[in-house]
Design a protein around this ligand. Structure first.
Ligand code: ADP
Length: 209
């Protein structure tokens, strides 16, 4: 089973992708994580990625598609996968279909005020990068490093509003594309993680692949 997960910042797409991938023995492929790993490793791709990401831009389609396709060729991808953060443009969606069979595009959504509220509670450890939800923490220290957790610069309210607007503009043609190809499945993300995961499991059970 090969899936694409779509959704705005704060909808819980990444955590859900990790969970569903584990439940179904699928490979979780996050292009954002792949790029951050390239940056940490100081590769040529990482140096390019750093520039685009820091300027708040998307990577050029040609580079990201090449990186993703080489990942999809590795043996662990044969068991099926969830793409998280890809496609981000209509061109990426079309290119993907030239090389692989995508069974469904799961689109998670929630009202903007819910997304803004959720993101305002997100915290991250500046040392190890572990993510937290502020009201679920017993102290404001990272349980692994003991340092104070912070808010990601791009999680601040004005920045989040701009990110949501940019996302909405970009996602429409992608949603239309998956609708036309009969692969779009909309899922209400305005629920607990357990509730949303259960909804997605039921959908996947009905997919027959
Ligand atoms: P976010 O922090 O918004 O959830 P990600 O972690 O998925 O984003 O990705 C971080 C950055 O990596 C993006 O803002 C973008 O610059 C780049 N990136 C990731 N995936 C893609 C993609 N499919 N196409 C182009 N750029 C991408």
């Amino acid at each position: 089973m090969n899936l694409v997960f779509l959704g705005p910042p704060g909808v819980g797409k990444g955590s859900l992708a990790v969970r569903i991938a584990k439940d179904y023995g699928l490979l979780h492929i996050s292009t954002g994580e792949m790029l951050r790993a390239e940056i940490s490793a100081g590769t040529q791709m990482g140096k390019l990625a750093e520039k685009y990401i820091n300027d708040g831009n998307l990577m050029p389609d040609s580079l990201i598609i090449e990186m993703l396709l080489s990942k999809l060729q590795c043996s662990t991808a044969k068991q099926g996968y969830i793409l998280d953060g890809f496609p981000r443009t209509l061109n990426q969606a079309r290119e993907l279909d030239k090389f692989v069979q995508i069974d469904a595009a799961i689109n998670l959504d929630a009202p903007e005020e819910v997304l803004l509220k959720r993101i305002s509670h997100r915290r991250i450890c500046p040392v190890c990068g572990k993510g937290y939800i502020s009201y679920m923490m017993s102290s404001n220290l990272c349980e692994q490093c003991g340092v104070e957790v912070t808010i990601r610069d791009d999680d601040k309210e004005e920045v989040v509003k701009a990110r949501l607007e940019a996302h909405n503009k970009r996602i429409l043609p992608i949603l239309n594309y998956y609708k036309e190809t009969g692969k779009l499945i909309n899922v209400d993300g305005n629920d607990t993680m357990d509730g949303v995961a259960q909804r997605v499991r039921l959908i996947l059970e009905g997919l027959n692949c």
